[in-house]
Design a protein around this ligand. Structure first.
Ligand code: GCO
Ligand code: MN
Ligand code: MN
Length: 389
């Protein structure tokens, strides 16, 4: 029997160069792993069955590289992509590492810093386009504050909006086929980050010049850090036609950004997420924004990468079992009650529907007596996940 859990390019698994390239630095300790050459990461990930790699400008091109160095690096990288049949579906800008961004990029109080951030991002968008990326992510790592008194709050929103408008117009002008995905995070590295959840982003997008070009990139860890249910954020983005990209990883609630291997912590939620993505047929990359534990050597990094993809495929197979389980499906059709007449009345207001609803007797005490069988449903879900069904 073919291995159901063997990743293949058709599964569209991607990793950031920064994820497998993470050297295990943390605020308390130095790097524990050597840097990986991007061309080597492309080779290794293709051998593991990934579809592509995503990158920040500076994951590939050093901050201070000359134009000719840049061109040489890009040439070699494109050759590796070609040799190993790997894609770059998404690109982004590093607007957080260099000290110039210590108080933000698009929301720095200094117009020169903001202008530099725009210049850097235009160059990075060009790089993304050259590598074939059709999704461009914006994660405002330094767009936030420790001292709220320092900035006029509405300005930070206005500057962010102006930057997004600048870039959508830039992309149109260049004729690139590229859409933007905004990634929210509640805190870290700043004490508080602006536009801190996917919900904040969804509203912000509607205030832009070209909202149709802009969606979200929700991350499992970030919504969890904010104490939120990641699935709910993803569902809302999807329903609004705004799920342009997704950052898969895992996270314990109320901790620092752990970037754990997908599926390693919140198994049930990861299952429901995979089930949602697969049931809806969402066609974006299954992108992992996570990294190996600091305890690992290079082999541990590849174990981590293989583990993310394999766990996704295991959960996908569990979703198939869930969908084909006649007891579960029977329960669901009872639980998800349908009533065409009532649903028709509620679906659109009219004076007539208001009048009809007012006259109906719903017998709330009777309705309230019904048990909903959620204990059993949840137990059966657990049993699917544990492999006993
Ligand atoms: C983080 C973020 C980043 C972004 C990346 C791409 O917490 O560090 O998740 O990994 O996803 O910068 O935009
Ligand atoms: Mn993150
Ligand atoms: Mn991320």
């Amino acid at each position: 029997m073919a291995d159901l859990y063997q990743p293949k390019p058709e599964h569209k698994f991607t990793f950031g160069l920064w994820t497998i390239g993470n050297q295990g630095r943390d605020p308390f300790g130095a790097a524990v792993r050597l840097p990986l050459k991007p061309t080597y990461s492309v080779k290794k990930l293709s051998e593991l069955g990934a579809y592509g790699v995503n990158l920040h400008d500076n994951d590939l091109i050093p901050f201070d590289a000359s134009a000719s160095e840049r061109d040489q690096i890009v040439k070699e990288f494109k050759q590796a992509l070609n040799d190993y049949g790997m894609k770059v579906p998404m690109a982004t800008t590093n607007l957080f590492y260099h000290p110039v961004f210590k108080d933000g990029a698009f929301t720095s109080n200094d117009p020169k810093v903001r202008a530099f951030a725009i210049q850097k991002t235009m160059n990075a968008i060009d790089l993304g386009a050259e590598l074939g990326a059709t999704i461009y992510v914006f994660w405002g790592g330094r767009e936030g504050a420790e001292v709220d008194a320092a900035k006029n709050g509405p300005d930070t929103i206005k500057w962010n909006r102006e930057a997004m408008n600048f870039f959508t117009n830039y992309v149109k002008d260049q004729g690139y086929s590229m859409r933007f995905a905004l990634e929210a995070k509640p805190n870290e590295p700043r004490g508080d980050l602006y536009l801190s959840t996917t919900g904040h982003m969804l509203h912000f997008i509607e205030t832009l010049d070209h909202p149709e070009m802009v969606g979200v990139n929700p991350e499992f860890a970030h919504e969890t850090m904010a104490g939120l249910n990641f699935l709910h954020g993803v569902v809302q983005a999807y329903e609004a036609g705004k799920l342009f990209h997704i950052d898969l990883n895992d996270q314990k609630m109320s901790r620092f950004d752990q970037d754990l291997r997908f599926g390693s912590e919140n198994i049930k939620l990861a299952f429901l997420l995979v089930k949602f993505l697969e049931d809806t047929g969402w066609d974006g990359s299954r992108h992992f924004d996570a990294h190996a534990y600091r305890t690992e050597d290079e082999q541990g990094v590849w174990d981590f990468a293989a583990g993310c993809m394999r766990s996704y495929l295991i959960l996908k197979e569990k979703a198939r079992r869930f969908n084909e389980d006649s007891e579960i499906q029977g329960m669901l059709s009872e639980i998800r009650v349908r009533d065409e007449e009532l649903e028709g009345l509620m679906s659109a207001y009219s004076a007539e529907s208001a009048k009809q609803l007012r006259t109906m007797d719903f017998k709330p005490d009777e309705l309230a007596k019904k048990g909903l069988q959620y204990e059993k449903l949840d137990q059966l879900t657990f049993e699917i996940l544990m492999g006993v069904r």
